[in-house]
Design a protein around this ligand. Structure first.
Ligand SMILES: N[C@@H](CCC(=O)N[C@@H](CS)C(=O)NCC(=O)O)C(=O)O
Length: 221
């Protein structure tokens, strides 16, 4: 049973998939491809949308991170990460949808990429983009705070796919001082983050970006 993941080390979606592989203790081959460096024929063949990550399990090829997580959760033994019950299940799906539709761009592509990534490349930092990202992230954190406070998921007790989908994004966002400060104002979410960041699987994939971390980060993530 051979597992291969094609991805980009610093890509937050790749990190989500690697986190799931680590949680399940699955051995896999990692193939590094930078989708931002121009059209890559190998990646295009695996995924017409030309995004990472892409899973290949014995010839079963799967892209879209939420689908990869659902597949690994079911196909491999381990602690159940899809909760029972209509309400927890709906909350898990809701968190994943919020993150994908509303969280990724402002948290990662605007705040983190500009405040942390751009200076590493000697590129000018767009304060406008950071300010816009911080504005757009306000309702995202409000929604997640309600969900964490309610406690069906993001409860700092039982891990679900919602934790895995959100964790690496918060990990990047809170590296920016503005992100850390905003997160601290959300008490339930901060409690959840304090718990999540200590998970051994997260520690294993959360390699820092920059000096002492990934040596030559690509231009985007
Ligand atoms: N819907 C995709 C999104 C993945 C995604 O946006 N990946 C980024 C890297 S973090 C990417 O490959 N971007 C390349 C591009 O947009 O051209 C998923 O869930 O896997």
């Amino acid at each position: 049973m051979a597992v291969r993941l094609t991805g980009l080390s610093v890509s937050v979606y790749t990190r989500i998939a690697r986190l799931m592989l680590a949680e399940r203790g699955i051995e896999y081959e990692f193939v590094e491809i930078d989708p931002f460096a121009g059209t890559d024929a190998t990646l295009l063949d695996l995924n017409p949308l030309h995004t990472v990550p892409v899973l290949n399990h014995d010839g079963f090829i799967l892209h879209e991170t939420s689908a990869i997580l659902r597949y690994l959760e079911t196909a491999f033994d381990g602690v159940p990460m899809v909760p029972n019950g209509a309400k927890p299940l709906a909350r898990m799906a809701q968190v994943i949808s919020i993150v994908d539709s509303h969280g990724y761009w402002p948290m990662v592509r605007q705040v983190f990429a500009q405040r942390i990534f751009a200076p590493l490349h000697g590129e000018p930092v767009s304060e406008e983009m950071i300010a816009e990202g911080l504005r757009r992230v306000v309702p995202v954190l409000q929604a997640l705070e309600r969900i964490a406070g309610e406690g069906f998921v993001l409860n700092g007790g039982s891990v679900t796919l919602a934790d895995l989908h959100l964790g690496p994004m918060v990990g990047y966002f809170q590296q920016a001082p503005e992100g850390q400060e905003m997160l601290a104002r959300h008490k339930a979410l901060s409690r959840w983050w304090g718990w999540f960041r200590e998970r051994p699987a997260f520690q294993a994939v959360d390699r820092p970006v920059g000096p002492g971390g990934l040596a030559s980060p690509p231009k985007r993530l």
